[in-house]
Design a protein around this ligand. Structure first.
Ligand code: GDP
Ligand code: GDP
Length: 460
């Protein structure tokens, strides 16, 4: 389990001092890694029982020279983009400067998660500077003294909920590896460093005879390229890479698996197990229904499992060519979908004919859309504006006269989107209020159909 923490801020606020404190002597070897330059110092950080990668964007002086400033901005942006969490450092003795505001702006626009720290706050020296930092709109500043090692427990407490969620997400996605994070490209590392050229991973699942093989063959067309068993996937599963209307995708061929399984006479058992396995490896799960017998128990189970696993889901009703009363049938499907799978409200529902190929463009668009929503990232600042509007419109209850305060929130992960709200008395927060927030997130940030994770962190 690991995550990447970038230390960001203008020169001289104490980034290197903090970096050295977190990393100690454990500097990583970054030299030969493609995409990792020496401009950003990287090391293995340790704080209590937490292990993470620390990236230091220090050593970048603001020069008179414009191009250097541009270079600094680009490096900071890169550090921010690559990091799971940004530790934004200001100098508590100096207070908030124009340069700090400039960095704050970058973070509000790009950072997945920001922890704000007012450094050099030993003694009482940094009191007013730390207060000023609230105005940056990046949450409550931690008071640190990198030089004297003060405030490290607060930093630990700020990182812990994030680390827990990263870990939970990670367990779902990949088996745990050793805490020593090597730069080797294992499955886990891939998760943390999104690369643009990766094919989109799709699984087509559904009951026997829904038309999975027919659909996959249609998508593959003439361009069938069997890549054989992929690393990390058990040997009897097969994935196929292809170009689907201009999108590189990799399909987990559960149909192929089942046909293979038939030889060993364990059809039913294997088809379900393999379907579930395919869900685990897919980014987007296409639940293929036979329009003649849609939303049967097995379909519902698979769709629900995909949601629980946090996958993006597309429902595709196949054999649409056989349907005579199309508009009426479509209404029926929509109604059944809403009633039977409320947890996937808003997920795309498309009709296709695997046999004729009609509707494959709709399926393609739906897959892209679901994938995009699944990857959605909401900037911290917008979330916090949203949270105060939501709590103003409908304040949380005050059990026993003590109001539950939802103080601020941030998105800690995508794929699927996961948020954490820092709050008081979270144990008293009713489920209905949590649903209010989740539904609000869905509606206000355009995240239909994707699983949304919302956790609360109690601040006493
Ligand atoms: P960077 O440019 O952001 O990497 O900042 P440095 O880590 O190089 O620190 C800049 C200066 O601030 C150095 O002189 C440090 O010794 C000093 N400094 C760093 N942390 C603290 C702190 O917690 N308290 C005080 N008083 N000085 C600090
Ligand atoms: P699988 O078990 O899910 O892989 O299903 P198959 O691809 O083997 O298809 C099961 C049966 O449904 C076959 O007879 C297919 O020809 C038929 N089928 C698949 N897709 C369609 C379709 O879009 N329209 C029609 N009419 N039949 C289809």
């Amino acid at each position: 389990m690991s995550f990447t923490l970038a230390i960001v801020g203008r020169p001289n606020v104490g980034k290197s001092t903090l970096f050295n404190r977190l990393v100690g002597k454990r500097l990583a070897l970054v030299d030969d890694q493609p995409g990792v330059t020496r401009d950003l110092r990287e090391g293995q950080g340790r704080l209590g029982d937490l292990r993470f990668i620390v990236v230091d964007s220090a050593g970048l002086e603001i020069a008179e020279d414009d191009s250097l400033q541009g270079r600094m901005r680009r490096l900071t942006e890169r550090a921010v983009d690559e990091a799971d969490v940004c530790l934004f450092v200001i100098d508590a003795r100096v207070g908030v400067t124009a340069a700090d505001e400039y960095f704050a702006e970058i973070l509000r626009k790009r950072a997945k998660h920001v922890i704000l720290a007012a450094n050099k706050a030993e003694g009482r020296a940094g009191e007013s500077g730390a207060m000023e930092a609230y105005a940056l709109g990046l949450g409550e500043p931690l008071r640190l003294s990198a030089e004297h090692g003060e405030g490290m427990d607060d930093l630990y407490r700020a990182l812990l909920p994030l680390a827990e969620v990263f870990e939970a997400q990670n367990i779902q996605q990949a088996p745990e590896t050793d805490v020593d994070v090597s730069e080797d490209d294992d499955d886990e590392a891939e998760d943390w460093r999104p690369s643009a050229a990766k094919p989109l991973q799709v699984a087509v699942i559904g009951r026997p005879n829904a038309g999975k093989s027919t659909l996959i063959n249609k998508i593959l067309g003439e361009d069938r390229l069997l890549t054989g068993p992929e690393a990390g996937i058990t040997r009897d599963s097969i994935s196929v890479s292809t170009d689907f209307m201009g999108t590189p995708i990799r399909i987990f061929d559960t149909a192929g698996m089942r046909k293979k399984a038939r030889v060993t006479d364990k059809v039913e058992k294997l088809s379900v197990a393999d379907g579930l396995r395919a869900v685990r490896f897919a980014e987007v799960v296409v639940v293929l229904l036979d329009v003649g017998i849609p939303f049967e128990q097995q379909d519902l189970r698979i769709a629900d499992f995909a949601e629980t696993e946090g996958r993006a889901v597309v429902i595709a009703a196949n054999k649409w060519d056989l349907e005579e009363e199309k508009p009426q049938k479509l209404n029926e499907l929509r109604e059944a979908f809403e009633r039977l799978l409320p947890q996937l409200k808003g997920a795309p529902l498309v009709t296709v004919s695997a046999r004729t190929g009609k509707g494959l463009d709709r399926l393609h668009n739906a897959i892209l859309k679901a994938h995009e929503v699944w990857n959605r990232r909401v900037p911290t600042a917008r979330l916090n504006q949203w949270l105060s509007a939501m709590t103003e419109a409908h304040p949380p209850p005050a059990p026993g006269g003590r109001r539950i305060r939802l103080r601020y929130m941030t998105q800690i992960k995508t794929r699927p989107p996961a948020f954490v709200v820092m709050a008081t008395h979270t144990d008293k927060l009713p489920d209905s209020y949590q649903r209010y927030l989740v539904n609000g997130l869905r509606a206000d940030f355009d995240m239909p159909g994707t699983p949304i994770r919302l956790t609360f962190r109690d601040q006493g």
